[in-house]
Design a protein around this ligand. Structure first.
Ligand code: DX5
Ligand code: ZN
Length: 230
């Protein structure tokens, strides 16, 4: 269970694969209800997509809203920063309640410094790459991170089509982790539906992020079971 270290012991489910609903596709006018609904439907983490309109061509929310989400949620907040200059904001996100802070290799000017900053402020640290960024760019950091987020869409929007070159990255990262004895969890994000979920599970993923497939489904619990496949 390579994702267990990201969740407090009393909140861990028994499954090999964790599911992290992305609130990007939730109804923000009923945020409290939406969070309660996915929590009781079996979610393991809440995935929060932070976008700055620079690193990605879309804007979402920042620490103020995360602070409110933290008051509504019981599950760990898995915060995916799609922002330039993450170092300027990391402490504020952690102070607002972010448990995991994931930054992009394409966005950080100094990954060693920024990953260290997340750790020093008491967060779990994640590193992410876009579909066209080679896994190679993460290699130097794999002994230092808690989470490797492999994007299966170009970040910015929910509801895009799955890019299947991520499958090989998942299995390569998994083999490398076993060989080196590292402990990071492997997460995939974007274009997940029951079919693509099966493909990423077969490749060896630990945490599956899904927005549309959960929040646009009439039955969140069913959607989570279908993604988890267990
Ligand atoms: C995309 C975000 C994803 C997004 C996934 O930039 O990082 O978390 O919400 O949405 P779906 O599951 O609809 O592809
Ligand atoms: Zn995301």
């Amino acid at each position: 269970m390579n994702w267990w270290q990201l969740v407090p012991i009393e909140k861990r489910s028994k499954y090999n694969v964790a599911v992290a609903p992305s609130l990007l596709s939730a109804d923000f006018s009923r945020l409290g209800e939406e969070i309660a609904a996915v929590e009781s439907a079996g979610a393991d983490l809440l995935h929060l997509d932070v976008m700055d309109g620079h690193f990605v061509p879309n804007l979402t929310f920042g620490p103020l809203i995360i602070e409110a989400i933290n008051r509504l949620a019981n599950l760990p907040l898995d915060t995916h920063l799609m922002i330039d200059h993450p170092d300027r904001y990391i402490p504020r996100f952690i102070d607002s309640g972010a448990d995991i802070v994931t930054i992009h290799v394409e966005a950080s000017e100094d990954l060693t410094r920024d990953l260290k900053m997340i750790k020093e402020h008491g967060g779990k640290c994640g590193l992410s790459i876009n579909p066209d960024t080679p896994l190679e760019r993460t290699k130097r950091f794999l002994d230092k991170i808690d989470l490797l987020l492999l994007m299966s869409v170009f970040p910015g929007f929910g509801g895009q089509e799955f890019v299947d070159t991520v499958l090989e990255k998942i299995s390569t990262a998994r083999d490398f982790r076993e060989k080196e004895g590292f402990g990071f969890a492997i997460q995939v994000d974007g274009g997940i539906n029951p079919d693509t979920a099966k493909r990423v599970r077969d490749a060896g993923v630990d945490i599956i992020v899904a927005g549309t497939a959960i929040f646009r489904s009439p039955d969140y619990a069913r959607a989570i079971v279908d993604i988890r496949g267990q």
